[in-house]
Design a protein around this ligand. Structure first.
Ligand code: AMP
Ligand code: ZN
Ligand code: ZN
Length: 411
């Protein structure tokens, strides 16, 4: 961003600081809510690169130590848990890759027909809660938003196109807000993947990943300038979130599954760092015992589904297969043939959410959100009830609690 634009933006932010108010707007409808995901943004990245827009927003709004993702700390489970307030075992979106034995179908991110099939998505995303209450919603990408869920879709939604320029995504959102009357959405989303994909290809804290964040920071600045231009900036509530963090990988931290068991004895549904496997008939105990024998010596934990740690809320769904092998932070579990062909990514996520390196980002700013407020880390499932309150909606059943974020609602 050039310096004139940057200074203009600071003026806008300062102006907003003096004009934010918690008054509802004239026609008594809620202030518009914009939910943004910067996939794979670790809060600590901000200490390593230039993010003038986020820095400025942080000093004005409510900023959390971190956002604690649901397990597993991967993209689809977390985005969908954030908008439903349910843990993955209760949404059924248990991974980016899933197999459903009742439907006899696979779910993969590259499979459009699966990603847009509502049968994969349980619970009630906030856009459905809003549409049921006769509000308008619009998503410029969000996992789950391309499917009809419980008979509803966002008023406007788009098939995921990772190549769509980020400024064009912002332009679409701004054009929706410019619509008059009952066409104007009350709830909108934006999604940006570049920080995550650079984290995978180059590793966290590398120049490439940090540059991606500086770029996205400029895009958020552009959004704010545009909101200001159309006279909306002081009136919108903006939530900036991320779904998980990132950790670097190393060939020194590698476990090859075929060195431990015969891969013909299992169907592996999901690979590293959470290996979810369904043993072939008659091999359940055998596979478990063989792997368990290595647990003390190697860097993983092994569980039968029903014995999975309660705190991770990841047992009670038929899509979760019988045996789960969980790598320690920064470790990879692969097969010899895959590793020899493809090697390792520079970085990844998906590990236990007890590791801070897996935590995401939360920043809220707007007329209904407290100013200059720093809060402790909180779990992503609490955002659904919070967003419902901002929009004046009755929440559907969920695993979160309004009491966690009620203190950051401006009275
Ligand atoms: P992950 O593999 O967990 O790092 O997921 C991040 C990737 O998910 C992004 O780089 C996108 O390619 C993909 N993704 C995000 N949103 C969608 C979507 N709505 N449909 C399909 N793929 C998506
Ligand atoms: Zn992600
Ligand atoms: Zn990722």
């Amino acid at each position: 961003m050039n310096s004139i634009r940057y200074h203009l933006l600071l003026v806008i932010l300062l102006f907003a600081a003096t004009s934010l108010s918690c008054q509802p707007n004239e026609n008594n409808s809620p202030n518009p809510l914009i939910l943004i995901s910067i996939d794979g943004l670790k809060p600590s990245y901000l200490e390593h690169t230039s993010t003038p827009v986020l820095d400025s927003l942080i000093t004005r709004g409510t900023y959390a130590e971190s956002l604690i993702p649901v397990f597993p700390t991967s993209t689809f489970p977390n985005h969908y848990s954030l908008v439903t307030g349910l843990y993955a075992e209760n949404t059924g979106v248990i991974s980016n890759t899933m197999y459903d034995s009742e439907m006899d179908r696979w779910f993969r991110l590259s499979d459009r027909s699966a990603v847009s099939d509502g049968r994969w998505y349980g619970g009630e995303p906030i856009w459905v809660t809003a549409e049921k209450a006769d509000m308008r919603t619009a998503t410029m990408f969000w996992p789950g938003s391309e499917a009809e869920i419980a008979g509803h879709r966002p008023t406007r939604w788009f098939n995921y196109d990772g190549g769509m320029p980020y400024e064009a995504r912002v332009d679409s959102l701004v054009s929706w807000l410019e619509m008059g009357g009952d066409k104007r959405p009350d709830f909108m989303t934006l999604y940006f993947s570049r920080v995550d994909s650079r984290g995978h290809s180059h590793g966290p804290y590398t120049e490439e990943t940090l540059d991606a964040l500086t770029y996205v920071d400029g895009v958020i600045g552009y959004l704010i300038e545009e909101l200001e231009r159309i006279g909306e900036w002081p009136n919108v509530n903006l939530l900036l979130t991320s779904d998980h963090g990132m950790i670097d990988l190393s060939d020194d931290r590698l476990i090859l599954l075929d060195d431990l068991i015969d891969l013909d004895d299992v169907n592996v549904i999901n690979w590293s760092p959470v290996v979810m496997m369904q043993p072939v008939e008659g091999e359940r105990e055998n596979v478990y015992n063989q792997l368990k024998a290595y647990e003390d010596e190697l860097n993983f934990n092994l569980y039968y589904k029903e014995d999975f740690p309660e705190r991770l809320r990841f047992s009670d769904h038929h899509r979760i297969p019988d045996i789960i092998m969980l790598a320690d932070l920064g470790w990879t579990i692969s097969s010899r043939s895959f590793y020899e062909r493809r090697g390792l990514l520079a970085g990844t996520h998906g590990y236990d959410n007890k590791y801070e390196d897996m935590h995401g980002f939360f920043l809220g700013i707007g007329p209904d959100i407290t100013e200059r407020n720093r809060i402790d880390s909180f779990e992503t499932v609490h955002l659904y009830e919070f967003m419902c309150r901002l929009l004046g909606l009755d929440p559907a059943e969920n695993d979160g609690s309004l009491s966690v974020l009620e203190p950051i609602i401006r009275k």
